[in-house]
Design a binder for this molecule. Structure first.
Ligand code: NAD
Ligand code: MG
Length: 389
């Protein structure tokens, strides 16, 4: 029987690639429930018709009437975080694909794991905000958190080559983003359109800006630490502009295991949906001879302080990554809105982290409260750093 998915964040970049994977494997995968923010209800309704889904949800309840008008009769439409949680815990759903952007993913992901459902996770922000909580919860209920992020899918595969005690360190690859070689003296002038031109991946706008600041790699370091149970000092980053080697594991005997594939998200998504199986497909294949060369260089922490800040936040204590993520989300939105210069993203995150005194995060309510606190502090910092539109 097909595995029935709840696809949350269906209208985004990961959502589209996940739909492509489902279309590719009709006998194996089915979509039982769909959710998105609510800005593109036509797209959501078209997917609901194509896959014959029973339930659809939008975060923005104001979009419900327009959505209901477009859905075939008999399809239930839900709104708000409760709507997303209802889909994530639906008895007719076998696996939840968390492909929404931002900390808004935390509650549905938490609910899915609490209900014992496996989660294929693109929404790295939820692990950054409450990684300790989510991994402990998954352990209690027996649910699996299967990464979709390409680096973590690479590590998941490379870690199959040895026992945990044989691992020396994890090495995440980073494309370096569009400003790898741009003189920081001109960073004040960077326009959102420039930051949105990613050299190797086509993705949603928030993660594309995160890739330009390399905060994406900082978030991924925190994500890897929670997924694979290693401290930040055993996770490194190397810049690899071609995005073909997706990450590597160094074993204690000096052997390295790397994972390579075309830089298309259908590969990691299929891995997460097929696991523990591995399915054939007809997606484009890697041609190393055509590529010619793969290059690697050290990350310059002085130009791109994000990975260092993320490392420090993770070491500082459970609430600090939640606060870092919140400040980053607010700063990226302000940059995209033309209110904050590009280097202001680093300044905002650094100042909010500076104001923060880390504490344990006992439950979901505490994680959400730290998220709110970080956002409020970031708004305050922005009021000073932001430029008038
Ligand atoms: P996107 O902006 O293209 O899509 C986001 C999706 O989430 C849309 O369907 C949107 O409607 C939905 N959404 C937004 N706010 C929501 C809310 N409050 N509640 C419910 N749904 C909401 O983003 P994306 O590039 O697809 O990224 C999604 C997630 O996957 C992010 O966490 C990102 O870091 C991660 N990720 C993306 C890629 C990639 O290649 N795009 C790779 C690795 C990880
Ligand atoms: Mg990634």
């Amino acid at each position: 029987m097909s595995q029935r998915l709840a696809l949350l964040g269906a209208t985004g970049s990961i959502g589209a690639s996940a739909v492509e994977v489902v279309r590719h494997h009709p006998g194996r995968l089915a979509i039982a429930a769909l959710a998105a923010h609510g800005r593109r209800v036509e797209e959501l309704a078209a997917l609901a018709r194509e896959f014959g889904v029973a339930r659809v949800a939008v975060f923005d309840e104001a979009a419900l009437p327009a959505l209901r008008a477009l859905l075939p009769p008999g399809v239930e439409a839900l709104g708000g975080t409760e709507g997303l949680v209802a889909l994530a815990t639906d008895p007719g759903v076998d696996r939840v694909v968390a492909a929404m952007v931002g900390a808004a993913g935390l509650e549905p992901v938490h609910a899915a794991l609490a209900a014992g459902k496996d989660v294929a996770l693109a929404n790295k922000e939820s692990l950054v905000v409450a990684g300790g909580l989510l991994t402990a919860l998954a352990e209690r209920t027996g649910a699996a958190i299967l990464p979709i992020d390409s680096e973590h899918v690479a590590l998941h595969q490379a870690l199959r080559a040895g026992a945990p005690e044989e691992v020396r360190r994890l090495v995440l690859t980073a494309s370096g983003g569009p400003f790898l070689h741009r003189d920081p003296a001109s960073w004040e002038a960077i326009r959102p359109e420039e930051a949105l031109r990613h050299p190797t991946w086509k993705m949603g706008s928030k993660i594309t800006v995160d890739s330009a600041t390399l905060m994406n790699k900082g978030l991924e370091l925190i994500e890897a630490s929670h997924l694979f149970g290693l401290p930040p000092e055993r996770i490194d980053v190397v810049v690899h502009p071609q995005s073909i080697v997706h990450s590597l594991v160094e074993y204690r005997d000096g052997s390295w295991i790397a994972q390579l594939a075309c830089n298309e998200m259908v590969f990691p998504i299929q891995y997460a949906l097929a696991h523990p199986e591995r399915w054939e497909n007809t997606f484009p294949r890697l041609d190393l001879a055509a590529l010619g060369q793969l290059t690697f260089l050290a990350l310059d922490d002085r130009r791109f302080p994000s990975v260092r800040m993320a490392r420090q936040a993770l070491a500082a204590g459970p609430s600090a990554p939640a606060v870092l993520n919140a400040a980053n989300e607010v700063a990226v939105a302000a940059f995209l809105g033309g209110e904050l210069p590009f280097p202001g993203i680093f300044d905002t995150v650094a100042e909010v982290l500076d104001r923060h005194r880390p504490e344990p995060v006992a439950d979901l309510a505490a994680a959400l409260a730290w998220d709110t606190w970080g956002r409020r502090q970031a708004e305050e910092v922005l009021a000073r750093l932001a430029r008038p539109r």
